[in-house]
Design a protein around this ligand. Sequence first.
Ligand SMILES: O=C(CO)[C@H](O)[C@H](O)COP(=O)(O)O
Length: 224
Amino acid sequence: MNAKQAAGYRAAEWVKDGMIVGLGTGSTAFYAIEKIGERVSQGLKIKAIATSNASEELAVKYNIPLITAGDVNRLDLAIDGADEVDPGMALIKGGGGALLREKLVAINSDRFIVIADSGKMVSHLGKFKLPIELVPYCYEWTLGQLKNRYDVAFEMRMRDGELYVTDNGNYIVDGAFGQILSPGQLGDELKAMTGVVEHGLFVDIAHTVVVGYEDGRTEVIEKK
Ligand SMILES: O=C(CO)[C@H](O)[C@H](O)COP(=O)(O)O
C-alpha cells in the first residue's frame, strides 16, 4: 500500500449507506473511488457525482450510481485530493485541471475530506504553481492583467502542443507565486478579475484532511 492508496482507502470509510457523495479527481482520488466501488459491489447503497469526465468514467467502471446536480441540493460528503495543504487546511488544487468542478462539489458538501500523501503537507502554499482557469475568449488580455498585477511567472498550461482545455472548455494558466502568505486575499483578488473563471485556492472549505504515509499509516486532521 502506498501513501495515496492509504489516504484514499481510509477516506472511503466515511461513506455510509444512503449518502450522496462527491468523487474527486486525480491519482489519490482514484484510490478512494476504487475502494468505494469495491464497497458498492459488496452492497453499499450510495449515489455519486463526479468532478471530471475521468472520474465519471471510473465511477461507471466501478458501477457507482451517478446523479447530476439537478437531482439533489447538497452532498453529504466529498472526497478529493490536493496539490498542497497548509496547516490551516487551505489548499492548492487543480494540478489535474478539475478545480472548478472540484470547488463546486466541495462547497456544496456537508463534509469535504481532503486526501493527501504526506509530501503535500506544506508550511505555506505556493511552491506548487497555482492553477487559474480562464475564459478562452480574449484570454491573452486576462493573462496580461495577471502579469501586470503580480510579479510572478505565468505559464499557459499545454497538452500535446496545444493549449490545455478543461472539461468546461476553458484554459488554465499556472502562476509561480512562490509563497502565498494570504491565500484568502489572493483568492478574492483573482476571483474579482474579469476573464478568471476560478482559481485553485481552496480556503476554509476542507473539514477533514487524511494524510497518507508510505508505510501505509494514515493520520486524520479535523478542522478546529
Ligand atoms: O486538484 C486536483 C485535480 O484538479 C487533484 O486533486 C490534485 O491535482 C492532486 O492530484 P493527485 O492526487 O494526482 O496528486
